[in-house]
Design a protein around this ligand. Sequence first.
Ligand SMILES: [Zn+2]
Length: 170
Amino acid sequence: MGAGHNEEKFKAAIILRSNSKIWAEAKSEWELHLVYDDPAERACECGHQPINQICVIKNKDNNKEAEVGNVCVHRFMKLASQRVLSVLKRVRWDLKKSLNPAALDLFARRGVISNDERSEYLDYWRKRTNLTDEQKAQKNDINVRVLKYADEETARLIANFANHGLKPRL
Ligand SMILES: [Zn+2]
């Protein structure tokens, strides 16, 4: 257990925004909304600071949002935040790289890509064979669209943080 990640404090903060007051149930109400890097130093609900990798999680039942650290989301909620964050970095660096299933699921849920596009992309990802020019163009189009959405949504979330002063570093 890394220093400063207070599990009880983290769970209490999430339960406060959940419908169920039982952790095992409350946890399943939440899904990953987006992951982004914010150079402003922030604090997690567990009390750990600073955090730069911000995970925005959303409650599927009551639409409440929480912004927490990558470590806690992975450790206590088992959401694939690290896989999404690292693949976005990889694709941003090289547009020919592939998004992974965790990222495709997330952006399909957001409506950024359609379910058909998600299935086709997963097919390319699984086979790792040479793509036709048309398939390459489709993959490129999806990568560009996902990055654009991630950038815009990140800007919105950071502005939201600045306006509402959510959990700044103490
Ligand atoms: Zn934390």
